[in-house]
Write a new protein. Sequence first.
Length: 146
Amino acid sequence: MEAGDDPGQVIDVPPGEILMPPACALAVFGVRLVAVGRLFARSEVVVSDVHLNQAGKVQGGVYSVIADATAGWAAEAFLGHPDYVTTSYTAQLVGAAGEGDRIRTEATVLHPGRRTVVVTADLWRDSESGSPRRIAQFTCQQLVLG
């Protein structure tokens, strides 16, 4: 399998299908897996005051939480098991989101390896006032444990 291979059938994930502890970061931030394929995952979160920094925009670390989670879901979809851990990631923040915006993250497996999995995660701001805008791109490396 090579980078760019068809992610296969992408299926929608119904709300509540993925169970998370109520106090985990993803639950607190309202990050929700909405679609998954063999080499792909999509998540969404609606920005609220819990995500904001002192300037009223999403705090940079929040983007990292969202990207890491979505990249992890894509890696898990490829691997078929949850035995992996993020070892590194790079981030390019190129825009901002504010309260009421929806952040849509699309993660695609670039390197579907046996020992490591590399995933890109693109974060988009979807707002009622205009077309989607890229706000960040992450590249995450996952170490396969099992």
